[in-house]
Design a protein around this ligand. Structure first.
Ligand code: TXA
Ligand code: MG
Length: 330
C-alpha cells in the first residue's frame, strides 16, 4: 500500500531533480521533473536512451496542457474529454519554454494524463509536468509491475511507487495532432483507430498505410524515425520470439520453447515435455494486460525461443499485434 507520506516524499524527490518510478494504467513510468535540465540528463543516462528521442510529459489536469503546448486544437479537447485520464498521448506543437531534452529537439511535445489514481496523486502533489518514459532500459520490455521496475532499474532510481500490476499492460496510443487537418496514430495502443475516428473523424492516410501493413505481414520499419517505440526491434525480450499461425505451430517442433497460443490451439498441441504452453486470453484487453509480464516470466526460463500465435487482424488487436511484431524483430 502506498500511503500519503510516500506520495509526498516522491513529489519532493522529483522537485530535487531525482528520478521516481511510478505506476500508470499502461506501464510503469520513470519520472523526472520535465522542467529540469539536470533531472532530464539523469533520466536519459539511466534509461540508456539516445538524447534525440523525445519523452512524454505527464500532467494531472487538462488545464496544464496549454502550459506545454503552443496551441490546443479543438480535436485535442474532444479527445481529452473522451479518453483522459487514460491510455492516450497527444502530440501537439511545443510551447516555447519546453526543453529540447523533452522534445528531442523537435517542434512538438507529447502530453498525457494517465488514468491511475497513484500517478494522478503524484502529479498533483508535484504540481508540474513529469517526463516519463517506460521504466525499462532502452529497447527492452516495459515493466508492468513494481518488481519488474526494480529488476531492471533497481539502484538507479530514488524511489519506486508500487501501484500493483498495470491494468492496460501496453503503452499508450500516440496521436499526432501537429497538422490538425491530418491527425495520425504514431503508435497503436488499446484505444483503437476506430475509437479515435469516432471522436475526430478520419485519420491521415499514413495511419491507414500502417493499417494495410497491419493486415499483411509487412514488418518493415515505419516512417516516423523519431518515435523510438516505432523502431523495428523494440519492446523485446532477450529470448528470440517468433509469431506463427496456429497451423505452423501445430506442425512445428520447437524443442525447449515456450508457446503462447489461443486455447483451441493449445488443446490441439501434441504433448511436449520440453515446452511450456501458455493459453492466451481471447480478448485483446486481457491479452495486453498479461503480455509483458508473461514475456518477462518466459524470458527468465532461458528457453531457446518463445513462439506466439498470431493475433486476429482486427482494429482492436492492433496494439497487441504491433508489440508482438516489434518483440519478434531482430
Ligand atoms: O503509456 C505510455 O505512453 C508510457 C507511460 C509511462 O506513460 N510511456 C511510454 O514512454 O511509453 P516511452 O518514452 O517509452 O515511449 C513514448 C513514445 C516514444 O516512442 C517517443 O518517441 C514518443 O512517445 N514521443 C514522445 N514525444 C514525442 C513527440 N514530440 N513526437 C513524436 N513522438 C513522441
Ligand atoms: Mg518505452
Amino acid at each position: 500500500m502506498v500511503v500519503a507520506a510516500q506520495i509526498k516524499q516522491a513529489a519532493e524527490l522529483l522537485a530535487q531533480g531525482k528520478l521516481v518510478a511510478f505506476p500508470t494504467e499502461t506501464v510503469y513510468g520513470l519520472g523526472a521533473d520535465a522542467s529540469s535540465s539536470e533531472a532530464l540528463a539523469e533520466l536519459y543516462r539511466v534509461k540508456g536512451r539516445p538524447v534525440s528521442h523525445p519523452v512524454i510529459v505527464h500532467l494531472a489536469d487538462f488545464s496544464q496542457v496549454a502550459e506545454w503546448a503552443a496551441s490546443v486544437p479543438e480535436s485535442a479537447r474532444l479527445l481529452a474529454e473522451k479518453f483522459w485520464p487514460g491510455p492516450m498521448t497527444l502530440i501537439l506543437p511545443r510551447a516555447a519554454h519546453v526543453l529540447d531534452q523533452v522534445t528531442g529537439g523537435q517542434n512538438s511535445v507529447g502530453l498525457r494524463i494517465p488514468g491511475h489514481a497513484l500517478a494522478l496523486e503524484l502529479l498533483l502533489a508535484f504540481g508540474g509536468g513529469v517526463a516519463a518514459p517506460s521504466a525499462n532500459r532502452f529497447g527492452r520490455l516495459s515493466p508492468t509491475t513494481a518488481s519488474a521496475v526494480h529488476e531492471s532499474l533497481g539502484a538507479d532510481v530514488s524511489m519506486i511507487l508500487d501501484g500493483g500490476p498495470c491494468q492496460v499492460g501496453i503503452e499508450s496510443t500516440i496521436i499526432s495532432l501537429l497538422d490538425e487537418r491530418e491527425p495520425a496514430i504514431l503508435r497503436p495502443g488499446m484505444i483503437s483507430q476506430q475509437e479515435v475516428e469516432a471522436v475526430i473523424g478520419p485519420l491521415k492516410k499514413s495511419a491507414n498505410i500502417a493499417s494495410a501493413a497491419f493486415a499483411s505481414t509487412n514488418r518493415e520499419q515505419r516512417e516516423e524515425p523519431r518515435v523510438p517505440g516505432a523502431l523495428a526491434s523494440h519492446y523485446a525480450p532477450v529470448t528470440a520470439l517468433v509469431v506463427l499461425s496456429a497451423e505452423q505451430i501445430l506442425q512445428g517442433d520447437f524443442g525447449a520453447s515456450a508457446i503462447i497460443a489461443f486455447p483451441q490451439t493449445c488443446a490441439a498441441l501434441p504433448h511436449q515435455e520440453s515446452s511450456v504452453v501458455v493459453a492466451a486470453p481471447l480478448e485483446p484487453d486481457a491479452y495486453a494486460r498479461m503480455l509483458y509480464e508473461e514475456l518477462r516470466r518466459l524470458d527468465g526460463l532461458k528457453l531457446a525461443c518463445i513462439v506466439v500465435e498470431a493475433v486476429p487482424a482486427e482494429d482492436r488487436w492492433r496494439g497487441v499485434h504491433d508489440r508482438l511484431t516489434r518483440a519478434s524483430a531482430r
